[in-house]
Design a protein around this ligand. Structure first.
Ligand code: NAP
Length: 255
């Protein structure tokens, strides 16, 4: 299935040391891509999995709570892997509190990481992709990790909902600006996936039961469940897909 083949592509995955980022990094490597694993915790386990598949994996240290490292991330990836074809904006955090008690610190931390850094890393990567489109002869691919809360309100996570709704809007805006310049910008909206991010929900017996009852597939997703969508959107099979937010949710939104 050559339209899904990523051989020779370089993929940057932020927050690749664990959870959904690790699942995506491994899936992209299985499809043939070399991977730059970007984050504040070294992604040694992910690197071992990627290298076991015969692909290169470079670890790039960056704390994306500010935009300070974004240009150096792109520069380091280009220097170490010789290109940058795919950017997966996955790194993200969540803070939970009632809206009446929610602090400015919890607002800024989440919006800066989940939205501001996503835009400025996309800008740095997009500039390279647009400038090198002719030379590489292939389209750049940017995939943002959105959420069910790009569509729904949720409760007790105001900055997270604002950031992920913002990610959906930003995905559409960048698609409108860059589609004709050779870059595809899309998003994946995972449903309820068992990771560190959702540990509090999984441990809360009542919320866990309510969530499971609402998922038509009847189970939490695994990080590997997101991999196929990431490979599709990264591949030439999705060259005409633009500004789409693809739910991978076991049917949650269909309920
Ligand atoms: P996770 O296991 O907590 O992973 C989050 C990743 O983001 C980790 O690699 C983390 O690194 C990284 N990260 C956080 N802050 C960072 C920073 N300042 N600089 C660099 N890296 C940072 O959670 P996950 O569920 O896999 O989340 C991945 C993405 O999916 C997030 O954007 C999340 O909002 C989204 N999502 C998750 C779900 C779900 O059900 N799990 C659903 C919808 C969307 P450290 O390990 O160093 O903290």
């Amino acid at each position: 299935m050559s339209v899904f083949d990523l051989t020779g592509r370089v993929a940057v995955v932020t927050g690749a040391n664990t959870g959904i980022g690790q699942g995506i990094a491994v899936a992209l490597a299985e499809a043939g891509a070399d991977v730059a694993a970007v984050g504040r915790t070294p992604a040694e386990e992910t690197a071992a999995k990627v290298r076991a598949l015969g692909r290169k994996c470079e670890l790039v240290g960056a704390d994306l709570s500010t935009i300070a490292p974004v240009q150096s991330v792109v520069d380091q990836v280009l220097a170490s892997l010789g290109g940058l074809d795919i950017l997966i904006n996955n790194a993200g955090i969540i803070r939970r509190a009632d809206s009446v008690d929610f602090t400015e610190e919890d607002w800024d931390a989440v919006v800066d990481t989940n939205l501001k850094s996503v835009f400025f890393l996309s800008q740095a990567a997009g500039r390279h992709m647009i400038a090198h489109r002719e030379a590489t002869g292939r389209r750049g691919k940017i995939i943002n990790i959105a959420s069910m809360l790009s569509f729904q309100g949720g409760i007790r996570v105001p900055s997270y909902t604002a950031s992920k709704s913002g990610v959906a809007g930003l995905t559409k805006l960048l698609a409108c600006e860059w589609a004709a310049k050779g870059v595809n910008v899309n998003a994946i909206a995972p449903g309820y996936i068992a990771t560190n991010n959702t540990a509090a929900l999984q441990e809360d017996e009542t919320r866990n039961r309510q969530i499971m009852e609402r998922i038509p597939e009847g189970r939490w997703g695994a990080p590997s469940d997101i991999g196929g969508a990431a490979v599709f959107l990264s591949s030439s099979a999705a060259d005409y897909v633009q500004g789409h937010v693809l739910a991978v949710d076991g049917g949650w939104l269909a309920r």
